[in-house]
Ligand binder design. Structure first.
Ligand code: FDA
Length: 504
């Protein structure tokens, strides 16, 4: 229940006095919907019934972000911040609450990427603005120096702002960690509208923004990252196995092997229908990879004919487009399509699932409404980082993450897909991590819980329900940081960290 009334007119008036009018789109503007939909990629989250913002502000300068926060605070209007718009529940541009009055700060114009001259020790660095996409980041780094890269996710249209706020898992995390493990500094607009860097915000606040989930701790406008070194040639492959070709045996074995392989090789698995695709990146050449895999994972039956040697940047395009000939410039395309409705959920596996159980899992993938699962191996460097080093707690002992995805197109009401994903998730409970049943915050899922707002503040008890799944033992520290930096809960959404004074 909201006890503070919002002054929408005062908010819009304040914005118009502080931000050029061409950067403010009110609901009355003829292109309001075009701007709102510009980075939405899941039509499930965008319909006539979707609760829309009062206005969208598209800053071209950090001072506009500051002005939006100050105008919002002064007039009791909250902000939602959007970088790439890929949030799985659309929380960067819509509200679940019909009566919520809010503005959207869309950072897509703030997307500068500055790579350092290259003489820094121990590694070159880059500053990247939140509105850049992962594809733009990869392209800019590699065009600057083809032996430099950055560990982050696969889809190139993901925004840096949301991705780094939640972790950033990808094909190089076993070697170099998550994106957040490589963030050195950040610039953030806090709840007072001030711009602060790591030194000014302090270590607790800096800890929280590296994985504590978007929105809660202010608007991060820019991130300083440490780049990583990759060889000039890497090797990718896709190996397909159907159930008839022994997919169940290979997958059962993969669970023990993949998290334990040398950290410069990642083999993830995509299971759809009765086929498992073993998709791999090796930071080295085919001639080293084949003997290594034949020694440690002979069940996969990998040969040199499977090797696709390419540059690291080409591999970034390959994993997204599944075509080694796609030009790397495709990574720069920011356009998203609204053709596919989706719903996602996730789990972590800490004990290998027995072979008999896989025989029971595969039939789920051919049921009505079935989508796919993606298994991302952990282990390697990521498993050596203490669970409290960043808010991302799924470290030592995690074998892999499971992402459940279902999809449908317009004309279908999606009910069988939605039933499938929730029943499958229920079925999988027996096989996955427990107390808490862990979930990845960047694969946001509102089914696991939403905040209740009591006396105009998100309640700690309602937050714990979903928060301990995302953050395990780190949830309390996140709540204490929130208390310290935004005690009145200005930055909030359905799954933002509630403020709670530390009892320690
Ligand atoms: P968006 O702009 O929607 O923001 C997400 C959340 O962060 C919202 O709550 C938002 O308010 C907040 N936020 C955004 N910018 C902020 C800022 N500057 N400061 C503070 N808060 C901010 N993940 C992964 O780890 N590995 C992967 O390979 C993939 N693959 C993938 C594919 C596809 C097709 C999708 C749709 C998603 C993924 N993801 C993923 C998940 C992805 O990492 C996650 O959705 C990110 O939060 C998206 O970041 P955006 O900036 O695009 O989202």
């Amino acid at each position: 229940v909201s006890s503070v009334t919002s002054d929408s007119d005062g908010f819009l008036q304040c914005l118009s006095e502080n931000i050029p009018s061409g950067l403010i789109y009110t609901q009355a503007a003829s292109n309001f919907i075009d701007v709102l939909v510009s980075s939405v990629r899941n039509p499930r989250l965008f319909s006539n019934a979707t609760v829309r913002p009062l206005c969208i502000v598209t800053p071209v300068d950090v001072s506009h972000v500051q002005a939006a926060v100050r105008c919002g605070r002064a007039n009791g209007v909250r902000l939602r911040v959007r970088s790439g718009g890929h949030d799985y529940e659309g929380l960067s541009y819509r509200s679940e609450r019909a009566d919520e009055v809010f503005g959207v700060v869309d950072l897509s114009n703030l997307r500068a990427i500055t790579v350092s001259a290259g003489d820094e020790r121990p590694m070159p660095t880059a500053w990247v603005d939140s509105g850049a996409t992962l594809g733009e980041l990869y392209y800019t780094i590699a065009k600057n120096n083809s032996e430099l890269a950055f560990p982050a996710g696969i889809c190139p249209t993901i925004g840096v702002g949301g991705h780094f706020s939640g972790g950033g898992i990808g094909m190089m995390m076993r070697r170099f960690g998550l994106s957040i493990d490589n963030v050195l500094d950040a610039k953030l607009v806090n709840a007072s509208g001030d711009i602060v860097d790591r030194a000014a915000m302090g270590e607790d606040h800096f800890w929280a923004i590296r994985g504590g989930g978007g929105e809660s701790f202010g608007i991060v406008v820019s991130w300083k990252v440490s780049l990583v070194r990759v060889p000039s040639t890497v090797t990718a492959f896709n190996i397909f196995k159907t159930v008839d070709q022994g997919a169940i045996d290979v997958l059962t074995r993969w669970q023990d092997v993949a998290p334990d392989l040398p950290s410069d090789i990642t083999i993830r698995v995509i299971v759809q229908g009765q086929r498992a695709t073993f998709q791999s990146l090796y930071l080295g050449t085919c001639s080293d990879l084949v003997p290594m895999l034949n020694g440690s994972f002979p069940e996969l039956g990998m040969t040199s004919a499977d090797c696709l040697e390419m540059t690291w940047l080409q591999s970034a395009a390959f994993f997204n487009f599944w075509n080694r000939h796609t030009p790397v410039e495709a990574l720069l395309n920011r356009k998203t399509s609204l053709s596919t409705f989706t719903k996602n959920k996730s789990d972590y596996v800490r004990r290998a699932i027995p072979k008999e159980a896989w025989s029971n899992i595969f039939p789920w993938l051919t049921m009505s409404g079935a989508g796919m699962i993606i298994l991302e191996p952990h282990g390697g460097f990521i498993g050596t980082i203490p669970a409290g080093a960043t808010p991302y707690p799924h470290r030592s002992g995690v074998l892999y993450n499971i992402q459940y995805i279902t999809f449908w197109s317009s004309g279908d009401d999606g009910s069988s897909a939605m039933t499938w994903i929730s029943s499958f998730y229920d079925f999988m409970e027996q096989y996955v991590s427990e107390n808490p049943r862990e979930t990845y915050v960047n694969y946001r899922d509102l089914d696991i819980g939403e905040n209740m707002v009591v006396n105009d503040v998100s309640s700690f008890d309602s937050g714990r329900v979903w928060g301990e799944k995302y953050f395990a033992g780190n949830f309390r520290r996140l709540a204490a940081v929130k208390w310290a930096v935004d005690p009145t809960d200005y930055f909030r959404n359905e799954q933002s960290i509630p403020p709670q004074q530390s009892t320690a």
